[in-house]
Design a protein around this ligand. Structure first.
Ligand code: TXA
Ligand code: MG
Length: 318
C-alpha cells in the first residue's frame, strides 16, 4: 500500500466509517479517533498492516501495541481474563483502561503486534466512531497513538495530519479527544496487578474495584520485548550478515539474491514485508532441521533498524 499524499480527513459519517473499514480490511493503516488520543489503526490480525504501523510511526523498535476491541466478549478471543481483569473490564469498559493480559491460545492477533511477548494489551475504547469502525471491521484493531515516535500524542485529526498525513490514506475526524492523554495500563498476569501507566482511570479508581495494585514503569515490563522474551528466543544459535550458509546451518534470506530454496523475509527486499514475516520465519526455522540459523544482511534504513535490533537480541548469548 503506497503512501497516499496527503491523507483525506473525513467527518465521521457512515460512509467514512465504511471507507475506513474497507481500507483496514485491505491492510492499510488509518487515523482513528478515540476518547483518549487519536490512534494509528491497522488490522491486528494482519502482520503486514502491523508492520506498516511501525513504518509510519518510525518506531526505532517494535514496541508491543494495544489491540482495540468493541467489548469484553470480543476481548476473550485474544486474551485470558483472570477474576481481577474481569472486574476491571466490567467497571471501566468501554473506556480509557488498557489491560495487559496473558495472550489467549489460538489468538488471531499478529505476533508482531505483541512484539513476540506472551502477553497482550487490550482495550475497549468508548469513542462512538472507533466503536463503529471496530464493529464494521469485526477484527481487533492494533493502534498506537497516531504520532511519529518521539512526538506527543495527537488529540485532533489535524495533529494526525501534520504528523502522519503523508504516510496514510485516511484520517477520520471524530472531534477533539475528550480525555487527551493515553489510557491507563494495568497488567493482570498473575500475582498482584501492576499499574504500568497512569491515565484517566486513576489508581484509586482501580483499587476501589480490585484492591491494592503495584506500580511499575511500562518499560520495566517490555524492556526486552520481541524475541528476547524467554518464550520466543530461538533455541538455535543465530548468526547475522551471512551471504551463504555453512554446512549444517539454515539460511534466512533477504532480497533477490537469496538462494531460491531458503525462506526469504522479502524476495523484493521490502522491509515492511520483512518485518511482517520476521517472527513467523525465525520460529519456523527454529523448529525445523539444521543446527544454526544464519541470516542474510538486512539494510538498517527504515524498519531495517528494528529488524536488525530484534535479530541482534536474538543472536546475543543470554
Ligand atoms: O489511549 C491509548 O492507550 C492510545 C489509544 C490510541 O488507544 N494508545 C496508545 O498506544 O497510547 P501506545 O502504543 O502509544 O502505547 C501503548 C503502551 C506502550 O507503552 C507499550 O509498551 C505498552 O502499551 N504495552 C503494549 N503491550 C504491552 C505488553 N504486552 N506488556 C506491557 N506493556 C505493553
Ligand atoms: Mg504513544
Amino acid at each position: 500500500m503506497g503512501a497516499a499524499m496527503p491523507a483525506d480527513i473525513l467527518p465521521s459519517d457512515e460512509d467514512a466509517i465504511d471507507r475506513a473499514a474497507a481500507l483496514l480490511r485491505d491492510g492499510a493503516v488509518v487515523g482513528l479517533p478515540t476518547e483518549t488520543v487519536y490512534g494509528l489503526g491497522g488490522d491486528a490480525t494482519d502482520d503486514q498492516a502491523v508492520a506498516r504501523i511501525f513504518e509510519a510511526k518510525r518506531r526505532p523498535e517494535f514496541n508491543p501495541l494495544i489491540a482495540h476491541v468493541p467489548a469484553l466478549e470480543t476481548a476473550r478471543k485474544i486474551a485470558e481474563f483472570q477474576a481481577a481483569a474481569e472486574r476491571l473490564a466490567d467497571a471501566f469498559w468501554p473506556g480509557p483502561l488498557t489491560l495487559v493480559l496473558p495472550s489467549a491460545d489460538g489468538s488471531p492477533v499478529s505476533e508482531l503486534a505483541r512484539a513476540g511477548l506472551d502477553t497482550i494489551a487490550v482495550r475497549a475504547p468508548a469513542h462512538p466512531v472507533m466503536q463503529a469502525v471496530l464493529r464494521a471491521l469485526d477484527r481487533p484493531i492494533a493502534a498506537p497513538s497516531a504520532n511519529k515516535s518521539g512526538e506527543v500524542s495527537p488529540t485532533t485529526a489535524r495533529h494526525v495530519l501534520d504528523s502522519l498525513g503523508a504516510d496514510i490514506p485516511l484520517i477520520l475526524d471524530g472531534g477533539p479527544s475528550e480525555i487527551g492523554i493515553e489510557s491507563t495500563i494495568v497488567a493482570v498476569t498473575g500475582g498482584r496487578p501492576r499499574l504500568l501507566r497512569e491515565g484517566a482511570c486513576t489508581q484509586a479508581d482501580i483499587e476501589a474495584v480490585i484492591g491494592a495494585v503495584d506500580r511499575a514503569a511500562a518499560n520495566d515490563d517490555v524492556a526486552a520485548p520481541g524475541m528476547m522474551s524467554k518464550h520466543y528466543a530461538p533455541r538455535k544459535p543465530l548468526q547475522l550478515g551471512v551471504e551463504a550458509p555453512s554446512a549444517g546451518a539454515v539460511l534466512l534470506g533477504f532480497g533477490p539474491h537469496a538462494p531460491a530454496d531458503c525462506l526469504n523475509l522479502s524476495p523484493v527486499a521490502d522491509l515492511v514485508e520483512a518485518a511482517a514475516n520476521l517472527y513467523r520465519m525465525v520460529r519456523e526455522l527454529d523448529s525445523g532441521p539444521g543446527r544454526k540459523i544464519q541470516v542474510m544482511p538486512i539494510p538498517r534504513d527504515g524498519l531495517g533498524a528494528a529488524i536488525n535490533d530484534r535479530l541482534e537480541r536474538a543472536a546475543a548469548p543470554e
